[in-house]
Design a protein around this ligand. Structure first.
Ligand SMILES: Cc1cc2nc3c(=O)[nH]c(=O)nc-3n(C[C@H](O)[C@H](O)[C@H](O)COP(=O)(O)O)c2cc1C
Length: 304
């Protein structure tokens, strides 16, 4: 009997595949039993204090092996999430991770206080100190160990449940940020959010995005995300969740062997709604062939 269950701190997951924030809508048609069966948890879209329309202009730009996005944290705000979204999401029976956007200290406290009211429906908070597509907060906190530590401590004062920190690959010292998050009480690290990129529309001779820079994701970032997982998981002792370009069973296995306990899937879900199922099929075939009964025995094995 193959065992693909993992624990992210105190959060048990039946599968090491988590759906990344911003890539799984609230549309009921996505929350089907046959799709969710293979999924360990689903991260919500980033939640902000007030509803946000997101960025003007272009929001998505495809490249040959990745995607640029500048959504700008479009969401309906914390009140709608608590009153309308979360009770519905919880009824689907899959762990829900609330991706909380760090804009400013007052807003963060307010969001977390409201999440406490529905703590039994929220399996973990994923503190987003890493979105590159907004002018205020987010990535500007995640590039700094000191600010990351402050943000984690602020959440910890209010939230007693599991707390994951979603890191930015733009941090000049990712190990420093990771250690700061761990020392301040984070239970797990998600490595990582999107990479800064840009595109030029040669017909208009202008930058595609109004903010010029955008977040880059998809298969092209996988080797860089893998390297970050290796580095960060060597620097901390809390679980690391690999995120960035994972699109096959071999990608998932590589992340695990580099030190991740689970992975998040983002851009890959746009191309294949059945990606979790397809990835797990490949992983199970590998485990059968290699006589590996427990996936956890492979965590960090490439370093030994
Ligand atoms: C369209 C889109 C929207 C996203 N929105 C969020 C978000 O709201 N919060 C967040 O933390 N990450 C967000 N992300 C980042 C993803 O969750 C993920 O970290 C990133 O895309 C890297 O993984 P991938 O290469 O598998 O897509 C978004 C990514 C995309 C492509």
């Amino acid at each position: 009997m193959l065992d693909l269950s993992v624990n992210i701190g105190s959060v048990p997951l039946r599968s090491p595949v988590i759906i990344a924030s911003g890539t799984w809508g609230y549309d009921e048609s996505l929350w089907r039993e046959d799709l969710l069966r293979h999924v360990g948890a689903v991260c919500s879209k980033a939640i902000t204090e007030s509803p946000k329309d997101g960025n003007p202009g272009h929001r998505i730009w495809e490249t040959p092996c990745g995607l640029l996005n500048s959504i700008g944290l479009q969401n309906t705000g914390i009140d709608d999430f608590v009153d309308e979204k979360i009770p519905k999401l919880k009824s689907y029976g899959v762990p829900i991770i609330a991706n909380v956007s760090m804009e400013d200290e007052r807003g963060l406290a307010l969001i977390v206080e409201r999440l406490v009211e529905v703590a039994d429906c929220v399996d973990a908070i994923e503190l987003n100190v890493s979105c590159p597509n907004v002018d205020k907060g987010c990535m500007s906190w995640g590039v700094s160990p000191v600010l990351t530590s402050q943000a984690v401590s602020m959440v910890q004062k209010i939230w007693k449940g599991p707390l994951w920190v979603k890191m930015t690959p733009q941090a000049p010292d990712p190990e420093g940020v990771a250690r700061a998050a761990e020392d301040s009480g984070a239970d797990a690290l998600v490595v990582a959010n999107t990479w800064l990129g840009m595109a030029i529309d040669v017909d208009s001779r202008k930058a595609v995005f109004d903010r010029v820079v955008a977040g880059f994701s998809g298969p092209a970032v996988f080797p860089m995300a893998l390297r970050l997982v290796w580095q960060v998981s060597s620097a901390v002792s809390i679980p690391v969740i690999g995120c960035g370009g994972v699109s096959s069973g071999r990608d998932l296995l590589s992340m695990i062997m580099a030190g991740a306990t689970a992975v998040e899937l983002g851009t890959g879900m746009f191309r294949d709604i059945r990606l979790p199922e397809n990835i797990l099929r490949e992983v199970k075939a590998y485990m059968t062939k290699e006589k590996v009964e427990d996936l956890r025995s492979l965590i960090g094995i490439a370093k030994r």
